[in-house]
Design a protein around this ligand. Structure first.
Ligand SMILES: [Zn+2]
Ligand SMILES: [Zn+2]
Length: 95
């Protein structure tokens, strides 16, 4: 999946304390490496991304990102590692 970052921080509305927690609950796993292909850092935050060809009204996903990759300009497309499970921001089934 190719994605781009969304700007601005929107606090979770699902009851999770952070998007890290949201992603971990949804995937039943713990943060480890950053989701961006080619990046070897550990993930710091649950970053907001959308499909590269989408606009802000596209589905918003949370993926584990390091602070550096979470700061990639919003017009820059990048590829996610194949193991990454993008979690919908609005998916509250496991919160
Ligand atoms: Zn949640
Ligand atoms: Zn990274």
């Amino acid at each position: 999946m190719n994605v781009k970052n969304l700007t601005g921080y929107r606090p979770p509305t699902c009851g999770c304390k952070s998007y890290k927690e949201h992603w971990e609950k949804s995937t039943n796993s713990t943060f480890n490496k950053c989701a961006r292909k080619g990046c070897g850092n550990y993930a710091d935050v649950g970053g907001h991304v959308i499909n590269c060809h989408g606009n802000a009204s596209a589905v918003w996903y949370i993926v584990p990102l390091c602070n550096s990759c979470n700061s990639i300009p919003t017009d820059e497309c990048y590829e996610l590692n194949s193991w990454v499970v993008p979690v919908r921001v609005t998916d509250k089934s496991t919160c």
